[in-house]
Design a protein around this ligand. Structure first.
Ligand SMILES: NS(=O)(=O)c1ccc(S(=O)(=O)NCc2cccs2)s1
Ligand SMILES: [Zn+2]
Length: 260
């Protein structure tokens, strides 16, 4: 199974990066097999406190669209859950498919969701900069939220309305007040495991916190993601879709759950 993953990584169109990180033992994303996850009664509730005015801008980096935050203070943080320290919100972004049958990076019992939200946080208690935290085993904490096709999502719509302004790679638009907690389900249940970034540099520095409950978005909102482009203005247009990494081997890891 392991070599097929390596082959899949090598063949996947989006991946010019190494077959897999040499000696990589905690790569992401993974399939979460619900029945194999282990309830950990010592896991705390995750505490999320974001200041909407720390929101800065939206930019198309040629792989996804990122909403970036002012992380120069502790105004937008998460604490608790599996985390030893508090972590500062840096950015959030999404991964999605060309059609609703796939698009998420993680799967649950081998089921893909049409999209997945990642809220990226870094350990500013221990590390002086984000770039240093990215290189350390306990440097980052990413909250993953699955998106499923369903009702219109009011909070997401303010983001969707801004996307035409960042259609092309390397475009940016000011986005000065947004509270990303509106994108996180109120249900406290999550899985957690030790993993990696799913794009280069693929460093094994992420404590993943994957929410059990998805949020619902409607077809028009998913279609708005798919009208973004990987390409810059003036280049031959390539729709920004299927920007998810192939599943990686679990190897010697256990996925813990905060719920029974
Ligand atoms: N899909 S994901 O949540 O696993 C992420 C991939 C890359 C992320 S990043 O924001 O840390 N940028 C990577 C870097 C920027 C500067 C130095 S490394 S988060
Ligand atoms: Zn991501």
């Amino acid at each position: 199974a392991c070599c097929s993953y390596r082959l899949r990584n090598a063949l996947h169109p989006l991946w010019q990066s190494p077959l897999s990180i040499p000696g990589g033992s905690r790569q992401s994303p993974i399939n979460i097999q619900w029945r194999d996850s282990v309830y950990d009664p010592f896991l705390k509730p995750l505490k999320i406190s974001y200041d909407p005015t720390t929101c800065l801008h939206i930019w198309n980096n040629g792989y996804s669209f990122l909403v970036e935050f002012d992380d120069s203070t502790d105004r937008s943080i998460i604490v608790g859950g599996p985390l030893e320290n508090q972590y500062r919100l840096k950015q959030f972004h999404f991964h999605w498919g060309a059609i609703n049958e796939w698009g998420s990076e993680h799967t649950v019992d081998s089921k893909f969701y049409p999209a997945e939200l990642h809220l990226v946080h870094w350990n500013a208690v221990v590390y002086p900069t984000f770039e240093e935290a990215v290189m350390e085993g306990n440097g980052l904490a990413v909250i993953g939220v699955f998106l499923k096709l369903g009702a219109h999502h009011e909070g997401l719509q303010t983001l969707v309305d801004a996307l035409p302004a960042v259609k092309h790679k390397d475009t940016v638009i000011e986005f000065d007040v947004f509270d990303p907690s509106c994108l996180i389900p109120s249900c406290p249940d999550y899985w957690t495991y030790a993993g990696s970034l799913t794009t280069p540099p693929l460093t094994e520095s992420v404590t993943w916190i994957i929410k059990k409950k998805p949020i619902e978005v409607d077809e028009n909102q998913l279609e708005a993601f798919r009208m973004l482009l990987f390409t810059s203005d003036g280049e031959e247009e390539k729709r920004m879709v299927d920007n998810f990494r192939p599943l990686q081997p679990l190897m010697n890891r256990t996925v813990r759950s905060s719920f029974q």
